[in-house]
Design a protein around this ligand. Structure first.
Ligand SMILES: [Zn+2]
Length: 204
């Protein structure tokens, strides 16, 4: 008996709640629409129209003020442009931070003579040649001997400058091997990178 009563009570409460919700929403939603939503939309439209009118209307300002504004805009644009160029310039200088290719090391000055060489397909140093450090002409070799002990010497002659560019102890083959060993030493110590960077800077 008590169970039936409680079920009836639940139905009654549920119906009452439903009616109340319908009443509230049916009266509240139109009220919200009229008093909140529509005024808000109207205000938004008015605001947009006012900004549009303001932007499309023309203003009269003195020419001196116009020129000042143009000048200021120009200065700002130039500053931005120089900033961009400067950062690009830095990026261009930065390659010093990049690793260099070992094969870009193809010349050095040793005993006052400019030596150049190439690399074969397996990366070995080949075709070492002496050049004049002034005019880059390939030097001619003259074999001679020291007058007092008759030890072999090699004289490097520039036929372009018409001058002796160096005189080194030993046969040319021995000198060439010394240059090759110097190239290997510079490679092992990593000094070759500094030499290549200096050469690249000098060519700029
Ligand atoms: Zn020369």
């Amino acid at each position: 008996m008590a169970e039936t009563e409680s079920v009836g009570k639940k139905i009654w409460i549920g119906t009452a709640t439903g009616v109340l919700v319908i009443l509230i929403t049916s009266s509240l939603i139109p009220w919200l629409r009229e008093n909140v939503l529509l005024p808000f939309v109207r205000a938004l439209c008015r605001w947009g129209a006012a900004i549009g009118n303001h932007l499309t209307s023309s203003a009269t300002i003195p020419l001196w003020l116009l020129w000042i504004l143009i000048g200021l805009s120009g200065i700002v644009l130039l500053r931005i442009a120089s900033f961009i160029l400067h950062s690009k310039g830095n990026a261009a200088i930065q390659p010093s931070a990049q690793r260099l290719n070992w094969h870009s090391f193809t010349e050095l000055v040793y005993e006052g003579i400019r030596w150049v060489w190439q690399y074969d397909s397996s990366g070995r140093v080949t075709e070492i040649a002496p050049l004049c450090p002034i005019c880059a002409y390939q030097l001619d070799l003259r074999h001679d001997a020291r007058p007092y002990d008759l030890q072999a010497i090699t004289i490097f002659w520039c036929d372009h400058c018409k001058k002796v560019k160096g005189q080194l102890d030993g046969e040319y083959e021995g000198i060439r091997i010394r240059v090759h060993k110097e190239i290997n030493r510079l490679y092992q110590t990593g000094e070759w990178e500094n030499i290549v960077r200096r050469q690249m800077a000098a060519r700029k």
